[in-house]
Design a protein around this ligand. Sequence first.
Ligand code: AHM
Ligand code: MG
Length: 335
Amino acid sequence: MSSKVETIERFILDSQPDYARGEFTNLLYDIALAAKIISHKTNRAGLTDILGEVGAVNVQGENQQKLDVYADDVIFRMCDHTGRLCAMASEEKEEMIAIPEQFKKGSYILVYDPLDGSSNIDVNVSIGTVFGIYRCRDWEHRGRLEDILQAPRRLVGAGYVLYGASTILVYSTGNGVHGFTLNPELGEFLLSHEYMRFPEPPTYYSVNHAYFERWAPETQEFLRWLQGRRGDDAPKLSSRYIGSLVADFHRNLLRGGIFCYPGELDKPNGKIRLLYEAGPLAFLAEQAGGYASTGTGSILDVEPTELHQRTPFFVGNRSLVYKAESFIQAGKQGG
Ligand code: AHM
Ligand code: MG
């Protein structure tokens, strides 16, 4: 924990390289402001008429909650007119979002999951926003699909906001991972966690055990290893699963551990979305000394072919994710 009082604005400004024109810095401010607005709304979720489903079904075939719609709208409206973006893509929108013609366009692409863990909204359990920032590939054009479909290794920034017991914004621009806790009285995000790293030894593994029978034998074996049932080199882990990826990731970042959402026999790519969830968290994980894998290779190297592409996802302490890969590799080779 840091003892100095430093706002996110100050921190972002101090981290900006001398040659920067402020476009990227200001984009981070925009996201921080959107996070404050969403946080304010989520804190009042039980007090207003906000609970319940809008009735619409989103592109993933899931019911949208009112807060999902609200958060999606806040981020879009905070970023569409600023001249910093050339396109956006949201987990809640079927198509990419072009910057309206009447606004100047900028050099960056924003991908985001406005409110992840939507099944937890109505039950007052932590939820989160995830975002990733790419550079537009081609300055000539106003946001094309190929500008958005970039491998996560090309991210120039990523982060999440966790709306939990307190609201915390965690981000990286490639120089470590830093966390800022929202002081509700001041309305400011204050630096609370500088240079976050997955601690060793890890403490937790996080997976939805209800799906055990849906996994390939090698995934099941890896889970047995995590549980210490293979009798060899497994660390002593406890199990925690919230069902909100941001919350599960954040806890494991602070305490050490692995989050797994494996592919299933009938759903080989699992559930987690590459662009909006796995990619940004993979970028953060590497910056925090961890690693994220599909089970067969780095998430950062997956070239997306579709906006809403899903991927098996293993993320956390590097040693644990490597172990997942070795089990899955051995399974594929019939070992
Ligand atoms: P969402 O984008 O609809 O909220 O779904 C993603 C969430 C993740 O936050 C979480 O890790 C996962 O779905 C939980 O899924 P499950 O209920 O299948 O375990
Ligand atoms: Mg999501």
